[in-house]
Design a protein around this ligand. Structure first.
Ligand SMILES: O=P(O)(O)OC[C@H]1O[C@](O)(CO)[C@@H](O)[C@@H]1O
Length: 543
């Protein structure tokens, strides 16, 4: 059943949130903290080992109550329950949205079209585990009898970003005997540079594609097969290629043994799929039991999201705070700033999760939105960003709400380096919130003409997420937290967060341009595109 579309910005709850935003527009975080000694304690919530301090946000209790009322007016809880029940809430594709089933325990039951999908999930997980164990133990060998040393995942978007991010994040837990590489771009330099120096006899390719028709992935998969067969005498493709896909027919046509194909289902969206068989490369790297820990961390957050009242529901709180700034404070973007070297790919991953889900301009019923939807998500691990773009967050003219991610224990203890890292993340959140007044600057004896330059306005909001340590379990919990945050926002904005029609036009135009680049056919694009194609034709003919 399709959830009813509500004119959310015409509701009294929306108007009430706007009133609170107007009331608080000129209130400084300094004053909010000064007037409430318990603010930090009251605005800290814990779920599945994630502790979130959201006290450095420009809200007070009445504003938060209005936001929770808005979530209820949008029936966030009803949408959430419909998702968990397996209803086809992806209405434009008539699909259920059940990534939560991917991490459900073996004895759980979620029925879609008469089938308990949890049983299917565990059947595939068991096959993935058996395969991973064979590769990790050296029992799986390539054509010449050598064990596998490198796994190359070929995929793009959701079939790349998740396993790539998690492999980087969990490197300290990975088997040192096997290295994973990730090839995604149709730019031939990606594949070429990634296979450089590899021994094909010890290389296993995982072709990961939900549809098994994606131009980039299929082009790279064919090129990888050519590389294998031309560099390894008598190569047996079946021993060096496995596939992950929902399209088993196309996989077989490619020449991959169905026995070495790991399926998933149309109710798993690409950007919600790294905990399905799409995570096979990760499972090979970290092993099945650690992969299970990751799934358990996700499940713990699923249960929190499913059962906690909105007032203590972490994804709901983060989603509502994001919406507060996006719509009522004109914030265009949201920074995610992990103070963890191994989370180098986390924000890339979140970009697809958030921007492909909520970068929408029509509501579920096809009517246009007349309010802001998904923000631009960006960021890199600290402290590098501090020496690059933090200047703009501190003193620029744009409001950029941020999530700081801090871990109490590092993977490697090197002197007091972890203290230095943590001091930096705490200092940044503090500086952004409270700034430095002109009076404070002047009192330090700064020359009057420099005072404006050295003044920090502050009042920049952030959430600090504190986690014990980056482990498979906590990584899973973090990913599920952001998945559900995106869900909450999409539900309030009345959009379908689970389709991605916006990527289609460019794909279709590229298919049209490909043959034109190597022909003399008359061009019928706009004058700019025509001229650019002619320039390319001329350069390539001269090459
Ligand atoms: O797994 P596939 O089918 O190759 O698709 C890859 C990606 O392409 C998209 O469909 C569009 O970018 C993503 O949603 C998806 O993750």
């Amino acid at each position: 059943m399709s959830p009813k579309t509500v004119d959310i910005d015409a509701t009294p709850e929306w108007a009430a949130v706007r009133e609170h935003a107007d009331r608080l527009r000129d209130t400084h975080l300094r004053d909010l903290f000064a007037s409430d000694a318990d603010r930090a304690d009251a605005m800290t919530v814990e779920a599945a080992g994630l502790v979130a301090d959201y006290s450095k946000h420009r809200v007070d209790d009445p504003a938060l109550s209005a936001l929770f009322a808005l979530a209820r007016a949008a029936d966030v809880e009803g949408h959430r329950d419909a998702m968990f029940r397996g209803e086809k809430i992806n209405t434009t594709e008539n699909r259920a949205v059940l990534h939560v089933a991917l991490r459900a325990p073996r004895d759980a039951e979620i029925v879609v079209d008469g089938e308990n999908v949890v049983a299917q999930v565990h059947e595939v997980l068991d096959r993935m585990a058996a395969f991973s164990d064979r590769v990790r133990s050296g029992e799986w060998v390539g054509s010449t009898g050598k064990r596998i040393r490198t796994v190359v995942n070929i995929g793009i978007g959701g079939s790349d970003l998740g396993p790539r991010m998690a492999y980087e994040a969990l490197k300290p837990y990975a088997d040192p005997q096997i290295t994973c590489r990730f090839v995604s771009n149709v730019d031939g330099d990606d594949l070429a540079s990634n296979v450089e120096g590899l021994d094909p006899a010890e290389t296993l390719f995982i072709v990961a594609s939900k549809t098994f028709t994606t131009l980039e992935t299929m082009t790279n998969a064919r090129a990888a097969r050519d590389w294998l067969t031309s560099n390894l005498d008598g190569a047996d493709v079946a021993k060096h290629f496995v596939a992950v896909s929902t399209n088993l027919g196309e996989v077989e046509k490619f020449g991959i043994d169905p026995a070495n194909t790991f399926g998933f289902w149309d109710w798993v969206g690409g950007r919600y799929s790294f905990d399905s068989a799409i995570g096979l490369s990760l499972m090979v790297a970290i092993g099945p039991s650690r992969f299970r820990e990751l799934l358990d961390g996700m499940h713990e957050v699923d249960e929190h999201f499913r059962t906690a009242p909105l007032e203590s529901n972490l994804p709901a709180i983060m989603g509502l705070l994001g919406l507060w700034y996006r719509e009522f404070f004109n914030a265009q973007s949201h920074a995610v700033l992990p103070y963890a070297h191994y989370l180098s790919r986390f924000t890339d991953y979140l970009q697809q999760l958030d921007m492909e889900s909520n970068g929408k301009r029509v509501r579920r019923d096809g009517t246009p939105v007349d309010y802001q939807t998904g923000p631009i998500v960006w960021g890199t691990p600290g402290t590098n960003g501090q020496h690059a773009y933090y200047q703009l967050i501190h003193q620029g003219t744009t409001l950029i709400p941020a999530d700081f991610l801090a871990f109490l224990h590092p993977a490697h203890e090197l002197g007091n380096q972890h203290d230095l890292l943590i001091a930096n993340v705490l200092a940044q959140a503090e500086a952004l919130a409270f700034g430095k007044t002109a009076e404070q600057v002047a009192a330090e004896g700064v020359a009057p003409e420099l005072v404006p330059h050295r003044t920090f306005p502050g009042n920049h909001p952030s959430t600090t997420l504190v986690v014990e340590k980056l482990t498979p379990r906590t990584l899973g919990a973090l990913v599920a937290l952001y998945e559900h945050k995106v869900f909450v926002q999409g539900a309030i904005w009345q959009i379908n967060s689970f389709d991605q029609w916006g990527v289609e036009l460019g794909k279709a135009l590229a298919q049209r341009i490909v043959p034109e680049l190597s022909s003399d056919d008359e061009l019928t694009h706009d004058s700019s595109t025509n001229a650019l194609i002619r320039r390319y034709r001329a350069a390539r003919r001269g090459a």
